[in-house]
Design a protein around this ligand. Structure first.
Ligand code: UT7
Length: 314
């Protein structure tokens, strides 16, 4: 009998400090009207002195509690982040100690596609029997690498964390996943530092990213559904990377998925990179929209570019 990797717990956390569009318009030449219309974002949460590990710890404890799993039962921790606490050791090992786990733990860096890459990696461990309970985290403090004087990026990003506990199960879980990378898009989105200079800032050609995101993610979703002999109408929920409402609605329109079936949380927290999908998932699970047996499609794209999608039964 096929063994599935099934999500048995979700958790999320946003740091308490909030920066609204109106707050931003006091320091840069922008407005709530422009940001809301072009992105759908109303506010973002910003760390004061918390690290990616600190944010993750709260999200993880919520996920473990829902899963009814103790940290010492975990077989593996995969921590997706672009903003690790230190160059080394891996933030995953800091978290391992903070929650009282003893299993192997490593970081995975795939920017906004980080959670999709981490969850797909975790699934392989479960399918092969190498692990049975895995903690998968997306946690970011992107505010540290945003140039707060650059109105083309400062309006978009925020801090936060999301986590899931994945377990081996006879019940259906992850059904299909696909990952892609294409390093030729380097100049469209990057942090221009080389570890020798100081930390750099996010540099982005927004228009270019927008078009690539819509095209790649729409085609990928169509491919995923075709390969599973499914149609978009069979999806209960799409849980997309929360980057821009116009990207999300363009993809939903192309797939003919009504927006009522799309989980959108970005108004509250902006683009939290690797944290955005598990954050949105946790919100919709806890408010009762997503229920056991629902079919979900995750999809995300980020710098590199790297992108991917996961189809699963929750
Ligand atoms: O996870 C992946 C991360 N990145 C993304 O998802 C970003 C994807 N791209 C986007 O979300 C959009 O491209 C943006 C929201 C970044 C920009 O929206 P846009 O509709 O593509 O605007 P634009 O870059 O074409 O700029 C339109 C105008 C320009 O002025 P002019 O040249 O028409 O006079 C910009 O200078 O808006 C101006 N502008 C702003 N105005 C007010 C750019 N940023 C701002 C701003 N406030 N914050």
């Amino acid at each position: 009998m096929r063994k599935f990797a099934r999500i048995i717990g979700t958790g999320s956390y946003l740091p308490p400090k909030i920066l609204t569009n109106d707050d931003l318009s006091k320091t840069i030449d922008t407005s709530d009207k422009w940001i809301s219309a072009r992105t759908g974002i109303k506010q973002r949460h910003i760390v004061t002195d918390e690290s990616a590990c600190d944010l993750a710890k709260v999200a993880v404890n919520n996920a473990l509690e829902m899963a009814e799993v103790n940290a010492n039962e975990l077989d593996l921790i995969i921590f997706a982040t672009t903003t690790p606490d230190k160059i080394f050791p891996a933030t995953a090992t800091l978290l391992q100690t903070a929650i009282g786990a003893t299993c192997p733990a490593f970081d995975l860096q795939s920017v906004c596609a980080g959670f999709i890459f981490a969850l797909t990696t975790a699934e392989q461990y479960i399918k092969t029997g190498a692990a049975n309970k895995i903690l998968v985290i997306g946690s970011e403090t992107l505010s540290r690498i945003v140039d707060w004087q650059d109105r083309t990026t400062a309006i978009l990003f925020g801090d936060g964390a999301g986590a899931v506990v994945l377990a081996g199960s006879k019940e259906r879980g992850i059904l299909h996943s696909k990952l892609f990378s294409d390093g030729r898009y380097l100049s469209a989105l990057q942090v221009d530092n080389n570890y020798i200079n100081e930390t750099g800032f996010i540099q982005m050609k927004g228009n270019e990213v927008f078009k690539i995101a819509v095209n790649q993610l729409s085609s990928l979703a169509e491919e995923m559904l075709k390969e599973c002999n499914m149609s978009a109408s069979q999806l209960d929920w799409m849980v997309p990377h929360q980057a821009n409402i116009r990207i999300i609605s363009a993809i939903a329109k192309r797939l003919k998925i009504p927006m009522e079936k799309v989980v959108v949380t970005l108004a509250k927290h902006g683009n939290t990179s690797a944290a955005s999908i598990p954050l949105a998932l946790d919100v919709a699970v806890r408010d009762g929209r997503i229920q056991r047996g629902h079919t979900l499609l995750f999809e995300g794209i980020g710098a590199g570019f790297s992108w991917g999608s996961i189809l699963l039964e929750f």
